[in-house]
Design a protein. Structure first.
Lengths: 358, 223
């Protein structure tokens, strides 16, 4: 869905949105509720916790206006791979109580096997790709090969490079803000309404902190460079632990791609981090024009988790827990049983023979 | 300049679900097992939460035991079922919880994980049957022990409010009688899931202020 497909003006009162469906998300970060619009299929309204301040309101208006002035390729990228805001929502005299965003296309959803008997159709956060192949298989998801992982990475970096071209800071790069499609391995970045020009709030998510951006410092395009490289590195390697991911990158067969990503992640200065356009160029098979600098050493590679034991001491009195019935092989296979019967028969014959021939 | 010294350590919240499976829970055994299965499904459906909230499940009746060792629940293919029987011995449950914490935290750190203060979600439907359980509890939450956990207590059935208030160092909830015990159990586990989801987002332990079917045990009861 695009801004052109949305039939209301760029600033709309909440009463003019018509009936709303039940919330699909509540109390999630900056929004109190996200509700699909019944009368404008393919769009949803995101109601903010509090109305945006004047400056933020102007920022949102500029974002909404941007696609109309963008080039053809950028408009395509915005239309097909981002949830870009199409309208500001006011309420009576209060400006910017929310915004209208397109709903992510259905191809970014899939049946997730939660238990052996229960599935649920959900949007696929890209964090699934930072999990081992066996986890994806267990959840009934197609296991991607290297080529599929590269496709998702390229799409995310293409969006990141476009945002950087417009000097927009996304800041909230993390697993939950991008979906991927099992059908064509494309990606979709949501919540673009949070983008700011040049500097934005440093949005913290567990395990996404930029070591060179202070907690109280604003996020900028250099912060975005780090977080997108972290995201792409995790998707590329299937490793979620940052240190393990960096070591996996260091061993990655595509040396040029590994080099540019490690340059972003282990640069001693934020300004030395290569931009997403450089990563995109490498993903497109172009050479990496590297500015030589000495990277920070890789962090120590941590040990892996051992498989969990089922019980530890002290043991329970009678069996307190039992595994659920699951299909399993018979305790004694028929061939083994036949073997032991034969052995037993042989022993009996020997005993009988011995008793008759003392 | 490096600001975040822990930047390359994945952060995690060691979470202990300590459940009463004494004989009084027997009528609710099936719902308890279904609820545990639901907890598993909820967490494995959200990799972000399951990797942040490493979980161990401890069941207790006359004796406590570890149902699931500390792990990302994704690595547990199917939840085991628990059987309800025996008395309600709090003391040994607290002793075992402390032993587990002492064992699990170094193991998590060895995997490169930065651990937050552990969170113990304690669910009971009865009064403790073992005299002297308080000493074991005091050792578990002793502030002088650097690994002492936060405890969030949920009580239903015959659970005793002042006891819940003593155990819940972060929060204590008691079923308000408006729903059946089966629903109360499900609600407590849902509260746990919500808490973990919110904590994973906030990178700190977040406890829901309200739990459907429960009311908060007032601080005045705390001795």
């Amino acid at each position: 869905m695009t801004a052109e497909a949305f039939s209301l003006p760029r600033v709309v009162d909440v009463r003019d949105l018509g009936d709303l469906d039940d919330p699909i998300a509540e109390n999630n970060g900056q929004s109190v509720a996200v509700r699909p619009l019944r009368e404008h299929g393919g769009f949803l309204v995101k109601m903010y916790v509090a109305p945006l301040a004047d400056q933020d309101c102007r920022r949102l208006d500029k974002l909404i206006a941007l696609p109309a002035a963008a080039g053809h390729d950028d408009r395509r990228l915005i239309r097909e791979h981002t949830a870009w805001p199409v309208a500001r929502v006011d309420s009576g005299g209060t400006a910017a109580v929310g915004c209208v965003l397109p709903v992510a296309p259905d191809k970014f959803r899939a049946e997730l096997r939660l238990t052996p008997t229960r599935t649920d159709r959900r949007y696929l956060d890209v964090d699934w790709l930072a999990r081992p192949a066996e986890v994806l298989a267990r959840r009934g998801l197609t296991v991607p090969g290297a080529a599929e992982r590269l496709r998702v990475c390229r799409q995310i970096i293409e969006v990141a490079a476009m945002l950087a071209r417009y000097n927009l800071v996304y800041s909230d790069w993390s697993y939950s803000n991008a979906f991927f499609s099992l059908s064509d391995w494309s990606a979709y970045v949501i919540d673009i309404d949070g983008c700011a020009e040049r500097f934005g709030p440093n949005v913290f998510q567990p395990n996404w902190d930029d070591p060179l951006t202070g907690a109280s410092a604003a996020a900028d395009t250099y912060t975005d460079r780090y977080r997108t490289a972290l995201l792409v590195g995790r998707i590329l390697t299937g490793e979620n632990h940052p240190a393990r991911m960096m070591h996996a990158l260091d061993r990655h067969p595509d040396r040029t791609l590994a080099t540019v990503l490690l340059d972003v992640l282990r640069s001693p200065k934020r300004q030395l981090r290569p931009p997403p356009s450089a990563v995109l160029a490498v993903l497109d098979g172009l050479p990496y024009l590297r500015v030589p600098f000495e990277r920070l050493p890789l962090p120590a590679e941590p040990a892996r988790q051992a498989a969990p034991a089922s019980t530890i001491q002290p043991p329970p009195p009678p069996p307190p827990s039992r595994p659920r019935p699951a299909p399993r092989r018979p305790a004694v296979r028929p061939a083994v049983a036949v073997f032991w019967v034969a052995v037993l028969a042989f022993v009996l014959i020997i005993i009988a023979f011995a008793s008759q021939h003392p | 300049m490096t600001y975040a010294h822990d930047s390359f350590q994945q952060k995690c919240l060691p979470t202990y679900l300590v459940i009463d499976v004494s004989s009084s829970m027997q009528p609710y055994q099936a719902i308890l097992n279904r609820t545990l299965e639901k907890l598993h499904a909820e967490l494995v459906g959200s990799p972000r939460v399951s990797e942040f909230a490493q979980i161990s499940i401890i069941a207790f009746s006359t004796t406590p035991w570890v149902v699931i060792d500390m792990t990302d629940l994704e690595s547990v293919p199917v939840m085991p079922e628990v059987t309800c029987q025996g008395r309600t011995s709090y003391g040994e449950a607290f002793v075992l919880t402390r032993q587990c914490i002492d064992r699990d935290l170094p193991a998590l750190r060895a995997q490169g994980l930065a651990t937050f203060r552990p969170a113990v979600f304690f669910i009971t439907d009865g009064a403790p049957t073992d005299p002297g359980w308080e000493a074991a509890f005091d050792r578990l939450v002793d502030p002088a022990w650097p690994r002492h956990p936060h405890v969030i207590a949920y009580g239903c059935g015959e659970a005793v409010e002042p006891v819940l208030a003593r155990i819940g160092t972060r929060a204590a909830f008691t079923a308000d009688g408006g729903i059946g015990q089966d629903e109360a159990l499900a609600s407590a586990i849902s509260s746990l899931v919500n808490s973990l989801v919110a904590s994973a987002r906030a990178e700190e332990l977040r406890i829901p202020e309200q739990v459907p079917g429960y009311r908060t045990v007032k601080q005045e009861y705390v001795d």
